[in-house]
Design a protein around this ligand. Sequence first.
Ligand code: XMP
Length: 326
Amino acid sequence: DWNASNIIDEQIEKIKAQVGRHQVICGLSGGVDSAVAAALVHRAIGDQLTCVFVDHGLLRKGEVEQVKHDFVKATGIKLIAVDASEDFLSALKGVSEPERKRKIIGERFIRTFEKAARDIVAKAGEKGEKVKFLVQGTLYPDVVESGGGDGAANIKSHHNVGGLPKDLDFKLIEPLRTLFKDEVRAIGTELGLPDEIVWRQPFPGPGLGIRIIGDITRERLETLREADAIAREELTKAGLDRTIWQCPVVLLAHVHSVGVQGDERTYGSPIILRPVSSEDAMTADWSHVPYDVLGEISNRITNECKGINRVALDITSKPPATIEWE
Ligand code: XMP
C-alpha cells in the first residue's frame, strides 16, 4: 500500500545513514521536485543542508525573486542564490542542437554547484567539512527518458541525469528517483509545503533554453520571457492552472513569416503554445483550452512581444510528440 508518510520515514533513515556528519548541498530550481527533495533531506539532517539556487539566465519572469522569497519563507532552509547567467549564456552561445544544449546546461549546473560548495567550505573556516553530497529532485520519468531505465531509449538527456558530466565530484542523493509526480506532490503536502510549491506546474531544469528553437540570445530570451508571462497570466486568470499540466511557450527563432502590423509589412517569428494535460508526463494529450482564452493570449503576445507576428497552437499528443519541443 502506497503511503506518503512511510516513504518519508524510510527515506529519512536512509539519508541519515548515508550522510553522517558531512555537509550537503541541494540544487533548487523553484519547482516541486527539488523543493520536496530539499524538504525531505532537511527533515533528515537539518542545518547540514544548504540549498543552492542557480540563476542561469534561462528562468521565467519573476522566478528568481519568487524562489528566494517563497521557498525560504515556507521551509526556513539555508539558501544561497548564485547569478551564473553570464557563464551559462556564454557556454551556450551559437549552440542550437537540443542534446548539446542539454549537456552544456547539465555540466554548467554541476560546475556552479562545485564552486558554491567550495565557498561554503571556505566560509566555515578550518573546521569546515567538505561538501560530499548533492541532492537532486530526480524523478522516475527523468531517469527513463534519459535512457537510464531498463532497456529504455534515450529520448532526451534530462539535465540532472543524462546531462551530468562524467567527472562528477559529488555523491548523489536522489530520494525521489523511483517516484512519479503525483507521489512527490503527496509527499510535499505531507511534509507541510504550501500549495503554491506543491501544485506548481512542471518547468524543465534547462528552462527557456530548450524553448528557443535555434540558438539562444539575450534578445530572444527577453521576447520569450514576455510571451511566457502573458500565457501564464491569462491561463491563471481563466482558472486553468490545475486543468492544464503545463503549457510550454516556444519561440521558433529561425522561422520568419510575413505579417502586417500597424500598416507595415513585418517579417517576424512565431510563438507556439503547447498546453497539455497529463498524469505523469510520460504521455500527454493536448489541452482543449477555450477559444476566447487562446484568442486573448494571441492578441496580447502579438501586441506586446517585439518581433512576434504569429501565434500557433500545438495540437499533438505525446506520443508522437514530446511535451517540450527540444
Ligand atoms: P518531454 O518533453 O520529454 O517532457 O515530454 C516531460 C516532462 O519533463 C520536463 N523536462 C525536463 N525536466 N529537466 C527537467 O527537470 C530536463 O532536462 C527536462 N526535459 C523535459 C518537461 O517540462 C515535462 O514536464
